[in-house]
Design a protein around this ligand. Structure first.
Ligand code: SF4
Ligand code: SF4
Length: 169
């Protein structure tokens, strides 16, 4: 497994064309249940092998949408008013119109450590979103595999397990 996010970014860039071919390949497969269960297993295994505190790439490359409850959780943790929090951190909205933190890196990142870990947004808790229907979320997966070692590893193992490599020889 490649754990260095910079190396992942380099490898993913080199694999851009192959990844888009794999996307088309996934759309043609009939057994989505198998694809999804393999992806989940590979993703969980990669997550178990990865130390996210040695990476934090997702904290350096994301717009984070926040619900009212998440804002309340953060302002409580920070001892700050909602008005002050909004003024300082909620500089944009996401595609659904939710207020969002759009700072790169995240303003709550210190080194590789999240300073609001217990109150961190749901988007951070769920990242990199291993589950779901893989063939219908390949664009999302390919994008995350470009920075996240867990997603990159999952994607590469999926190519092997689904016989995609043989087609490319
Ligand atoms: S979820 Fe992915 S990008 Fe984020 S810290 Fe863990 S390995 Fe790195
Ligand atoms: S809130 Fe914490 S986990 Fe979420 S992006 Fe910022 S530093 Fe990372």
């Amino acid at each position: 497994m490649i754990r260095d996010p910079d190396e992942v970014a380099r490898r993913a860039k080199d694999l851009t064309e192959e990844n888009w071919r794999f996307r088309s390949y996934l759309q043609m497969l009939r057994h989505r249940g198998r694809v999804n269960s393999l992806a989940r297993r590979f993703g969980e295994e990669a997550a178990a092998r990865m130390d996210c505190t040695a990476c934090a790439a997702c904290c350096r490359d994301n717009c984070i949408p926040l619900s009212h409850e998440e804002i309340e959780r953060l302002v409580t943790a920070l001892g700050m008013s909602v008005q002050e929090f909004t003024r300082r951190y909620l500089t944009t909205t996401d595609i659904d119109g939710l207020p969002a933190i759009d700072a790169v890196p995240c303003p709550f990142l210190e080194g590789n450590r999240c300073t609001v870990y217990e109150a961190r947004p749901d988007a951070c808790r769920g990242y990199p979103y291993i589950g779901g229907d893989v063939p219908s979320r390949t664009v999302d997966i390919l994008e995350r595999a470009g920075t996240c070692p867990i997603m990159f590893d999952m994607l590469e193992r999926l190519k092997d397990a689904l016989g995609f490599r043989g087609l490319n020889r």
